[in-house]
Design a protein around this ligand. Sequence first.
Ligand code: IMP
Length: 446
Amino acid sequence: MPSVCVFGAQWGDEGKGKIIDRMARDAEVVVRYQGGANAGHTVVVGGEKYVLHLVPSGILHPGKINAIGAGVALDPLALLGEIEGLEQRGVVIGASNLRVAANAHVIFEHHKRIDQAGERWRGVGRIGTTGRGIGPCYADKASRTGLRVADLLDPVRCRERLRAALAEKNALLTQVHGEQALDLEQSLERYSTLGKRLQSYVGDVGAELRGLWRAGRKILFEGAQGAMLDLDHGTYPFVTSSNTGANGISSGAGVPPRAIERVLGIAKAYCTRVGEGPFPSEELGPIGEKIRSQGNEYGATTGRPRRCGWLDLVALRYALDLNGADGWIMTNLDVLSGFDTVKVGVAYRAGNSRWTEFSSEMPSLEQVQVEWQEFPGWREPIDHLRRFEDLPQAARDYVEWVERASEVPIVMLSIGPDRDQVIPRAGHGLFASQPGPVVAPGRALV
Ligand code: IMP
C-alpha cells in the first residue's frame, strides 16, 4: 500500500472510521491532520464498538504509529479521556504508538464556552456546530493568539500567553454573552497538568512523518468531516474550520504534497448532514425518517439526529474532483434495502439555469431544486453478502450507474458496520502495493 489519503466526500459521517480501520492493517503510520474532537470515527471490531474522536484509527492495530499533526485542534481533556477509555478496554498506548505534534493548537475551556455561547448569540443564523470549541480555537490560531501543545509544557510561556488570551476571552464571555469569567489560575493549573500527562507523546511530528515518508513507510492520512464541510471549498459558512480533504494534508501533517500518492473518497449510498446549512437532496418526510431509522443516523459525537436524503451526485462529483480521488468507497448500501424507488440528485435547477457541475457561481444552494434520476429499489437485506455478483440486480444496477456517473471507480462497497461487511470490487486495484494511478481517470463516461 502506498501513502493514501482517505477523505469524506459528503458532509461528514460517511463511514470513514471503518474503512480507515481496515486500511490501517496495511499501513505503518496513521495520521490525523485536521479537525479535532468534533469528529467521531466509529469502528466495530468483533461486535464491540469503538468511537474515536481524536486518536487515529490505527490505534486498534498493534504496532502502528498513530500521529496527531499540527493541523489538529487538540483538546487535551478529550484526548486523555479517550486514551484512558481505550486503555481500559485493553488497547496499549504509549509514546511509541501515539505521537502528538508540539505545534498543534490547544482547545481550552474558553474555546468551548465561546463556541456554544456564539451559537446561542447567532440564534437562527447558527451553524449548528458540535460545540467542541473547534472554530474559536482555529480563529485564535489565525489571529496568532492561540496556545500550542508545547506552550502547555513551558510554565512561564503558558502563563504569559494564557493570561493575555483569557483577558480578551473573559471580556467576550462576560460583556457580550453574559457568562461567568474563567479564572486564570484554575485554567493554568488544569491545562498544565493535562500538558504534563501528555508530555511523553509530544514531539516534532512533522519531522517524524517526513522521516518516515522518506524511509518509504506506508502512511494513511485519515481525514475527518467531509469535503462539503471544507472551510474554503465547502458550503460556507455552514462548514467546519479546517481543510478536510487531501488539500489539508501537507499543512496539517507537515509533509510535502507529494507524500500523498493515492486519494480515496468515502461516500454513503445516500446523503446525510448534521447541523445547519443547505442540503439540496434532503428528504424531510417519511423517506428521510426511514433512511434515518434504517441507517441509525445519529451523530457519533453529539448524538444529534442527522438530516437524511438521497445521494447528491453534483456534490459527490465535486468532492471527488476537488480532492483528485483515484477511487471511492460507497458505504451503507445495505441501508437502502426496502425502498420501492431509490433516487439520485443529478442536477440543480434555479430559474432557467441548470447545473450538473458544482460551481461557486451557482446561487445559494438553499435556492436550488434538484433534478432526480429514479431507480427501482430492492427489498431484500444485503448485509450478509460478500460478492458483488450476489447483490440483487437492482442494487448492482444502482451501484454501476452511480459509479459511471461519478466518473471515478468505486473500489469497495460497505454493507454494514462490522470490519468484514465489505464487498471488494473486482478490477479496481486501489489496494495494490505499487503506487501510481489505479485506473485511467476516464472523465466522460455518462
Ligand atoms: P464544528 O466543526 O463543530 O465547528 O461544526 C461545524 C459544522 O460541521 C457543523 O454543521 C457540524 O455539525 C459539522 N461537523 C463537524 N464535525 C463533523 C463530523 O465529524 N461529522 C459531521 N458533521 C460534522
